[in-house]
Design a protein around this ligand. Structure first.
Ligand SMILES: CC(C)(COP(=O)(O)OP(=O)(O)OC[C@H]1O[C@@H](n2cnc3c(N)ncnc32)[C@H](O)[C@@H]1OP(=O)(O)O)[C@@H](O)C(=O)NCCC(=O)NCCS
Length: 338
């Protein structure tokens, strides 16, 4: 049986959905049709007219796929189109035949930057065989909530106002402009991205809050309360501010703790690649439970000269498709839903 690897077109949609139905079983409803359309049709960063879905076919039957979530990624001083590898799966009957390996090779030859956050154990070895680089690890931090714990005092600087929003406005672009220059590598967090990623994502029900002073927006936080069948956990999907603005960072973390306490979650989980954010979380009672790798496959240059090591990367749980509903498994130990 000949194996064909090719990029999907929108005409393949029905048979892709049949494949997803077979391989994702109970979780399939959350993979299509809403999420699939959001991810591959409505993504404003898609640089190709078709879906970023790569198929492995045997006798016209789909036996595996590797998908990409397009984003605009700041690397050094430049914004680059890049993809997060998502929804990577080979049909159980066809595993062990190097299909996954061929899928990844096909995709990364077409894309300059392919990023992976927290690969599954089965995929980790495969990515290492392909020479992926691990420029940084993302720490997962957890805070257990005791039922009778005292509610924290209000923010240390009372000129910060934190309010919920239903949509990100243009003011956030100024925060991006000021804060992004302090990091080497991160997804561009502008109005277009934040609204698509968090406010329009099906099934997740994120709540977004901005922090502002009389000078304008100084930070934001995006929260999600897990729902059954997930554990009773509060998830800080993304928290962004100027890295040296510890007042805002602490105010947003303290706000999140109060918010989740009022929702009676039993623990709060956040993931970050930055030491300053991890430090603030630790000071507020979070404990590091695990690190997960951030992988880079770049068809751009020989890996030795990539310059990706020892850089200031900003990565969070809200990046890639790490946080999606339902995320089954142990929040504190980290997992990839793909
Ligand atoms: C991960 C997955 C896509 C691999 O598919 P596959 O077609 O069987 O993988 P390949 O045959 O191309 O394997 C390539 C290499 O990966 C490694 N690998 C594959 N499956 C593995 C497993 N279960 N455990 C450890 N290593 C594994 C092996 O080193 C293999 O090379 P080898 O044959 O020389 O030993 C498949 O197991 C799968 O769909 N798993 C469930 C979903 C998932 O985990 N997706 C990845 C999310 S990041």
């Amino acid at each position: 049986m000949a194996l064909i690897i090719r990029q999907a077109t929108f005409e393949d949609k029905k048979r892709i959905f049949r494949f997803l139905w077979e391989v994702y079983a109970g979780q399939a409803f959350f993979k299509f049709p809403e999420r699939w359309c959001w991810l591959f049709k409505e993504n404003p960063f898609n640089t190709h007219s078709g879906p970023c879905v790569w198929l492995a076919l045997m006798d016209e039957k789909i036996v595996g796929q590797f998908c990409g979530m397009h984003v605009s990624f700041k690397l050094g001083n430049k914004l680059q189109p890049a993809i997060w590898g998502v929804d990577f799966i080979v049909h159980p009957k066809y595993r062990g035949r190097r299909i996954a390996q061929k899928l990844v090779q096909a995709v990364y030859q077409k894309h300059r930057y392919l990023f992976i956050l927290g690969p599954s154990p089965a995929a980790s070895r495969l990515f290492s065989l392909l020479g992926t680089e691990v420029p940084v690890r993302v720490s997962i931090l957890e805070k257990k909530i005791k039922p009778k714990q005292l509610v924290l005092p209000k923010t240390s600087r009372n000129n910060i106002e934190i309010c919920q929003i239903s949509k990100f406005g243009r003011g956030i672009n100024e925060l991006w402009r000021l804060a992004s220059s302090h990091y080497y590598g991160l997804v561009k967090r502008d109005t277009k991205y934040l609204n698509w990623k968090f406010m329009q994502q099906p099934h997740t029900h994120y709540r977004a809050f901005i922090a502002k002073t009389c000078e304008g927006i100084c930070g934001y936080v995006i929260l999600r309360i897990a729902r059954p069948p997930e554990d009773n956990v509060g998830l800080i999907a993304d928290l962004f501010a100027l890295p040296k603005d510890l007042h805002t960072i602490r105010a947003l973390i303290q706000f999140s703790i109060r918010y989740f306490k009022s929702e009676k979650v039993h623990s709060i989980v956040m993931a970050t690649s930055t030491h300053s954010l991890a430090h603030s979380l630790t000071q507020l009672g979070f404990r590091k439970v695990r690190d997960i790798p951030f992988l880079v496959l770049s068809s751009n240059k020989p890996r030795k000269s990539s310059g990706f090591q020892n850089r200031n990367w900003f990565l969070s749980r809200g990046d890639s498709d790490w946080d999606q509903y339902p995320s089954l498994g142990n929040y504190a130990t980290g997992f990839s839903s793909t």
